[in-house]
Unconditional design. Sequence first.
Length: 387
Amino acid sequence: MRTQVCIIGGGPSGLLLSQLLHLSGIDSVVVERHPRDRVLSRIRAGVLEWGTVGMLEKAGAARRMHAEGFPHSGILLAARNHGFRVDFDALIGRKIMVYGQTEVTRDLYEARDASGGRIIHEAQGTALHDLDGAPYVTFVKDGTEQRIDCDFVAGCDGFHGVSRASIPRAKIRTFEKVYPFGWLGVLSQTPPVSDELIYANHARGFALCSMRNDTLSRYYLQVPADDRIEKWPDTAFWDELRRRLPREAAEALVTGASVEKSIVPLRSFVTEPMKYGRLFLVGDAAHIVPPTGAKGLNLAVSDVHYLHEALGAFYGGDRLAPERYSDRALARVWQAIRFSWWMTTTLHRFPDQDDFAQRIQEAGIAHLEQSAAAQTELAENYVGLPY
Ligand code: APR
Ligand code: PHB
């Protein structure tokens, strides 16, 4: 088999890239390790930057998002049991869209199907070859070894994928920060406690109230990195969440049985450069952010923006355009890494945090409440920096 761009990974990055390339007349094949229903069973974050909304529109995959998603013009922040609103729309004239990433992925699969996209599922043992020459990809499908020759390989296969691991160790540098806590997430068939997201700093630890729709809520609690799910029956989760929220929200909280419960570790991770020869890393394959800034998917989409543009320019005659992909993508990646790190360190309780450090955090958040300048900085980053 031959294609112009072989895309490893059928998550949101790989699917969006494949769809945009198709609309630019560039052929691709997506090679995915898992069956489609497994990819669509992952529960992930649910906040889209307005640039991400624009990219999904461009891909022709935005109809259901506009019908079922919820534009939000701000978020609520809280500390010392007191909450206040940051109004993005009033500050910078832009909004965010609350729409689950699982739904984004489903919409992208539908868009690929409608335009005859080639997606190979359940590919085993994917291997990348001759990346600095004439690249090709091999894998086993239904017991038979297959080979795809291509001009470029797009590594969209997430943090644990084969793409980054295929780059010689001496050719890349990685940067990592592991945070000493995790997030315990609960999805529940209950109405959200608030119309907008609540990010709460508390001396007992961070809490976040989010939602998927009018009857489905998503809540998170900061927990020790080595905590176990068995320690958190639903009642314990709701009791702890109530303790960390401002009184009004705690009293309004509607609880119910959890539909899903999981613990995720928090880390920041960046690979430089995001390319090797004719391989380009995209999304989680290249970088990880802690979920506090809601940037994971949005950053993947911005990588896709730059790579789509670079490959379009290449096939239009600008042979050097792909060389610039990594620097352009990384400039924006580091902005999101910094913002996510700032949100995380401002809102979480660190294991060695004393009362002084707690008061410093609270003072920072009180300053945000009073300063339009500080709120504008948060708004610009949260809503998403321009591409
Ligand atoms: N061969 C083929 N496919 C693979 C391989 C492999 N060796 N390894 C992983 N994959 C697939 C995974 O099964 C998955 O479907 O690659 C896909 C990667 O998808 P994601 O992990 O969702 O990564 P990405 O598409 O970059 O999505 C952006 O940002 O912070 C996150 O939660 C956010 O998942 C979102 C991500
Ligand atoms: C979510 O809805 O799952 C969510 C929202 C905001 C975040 C992280 C996760 O910062």
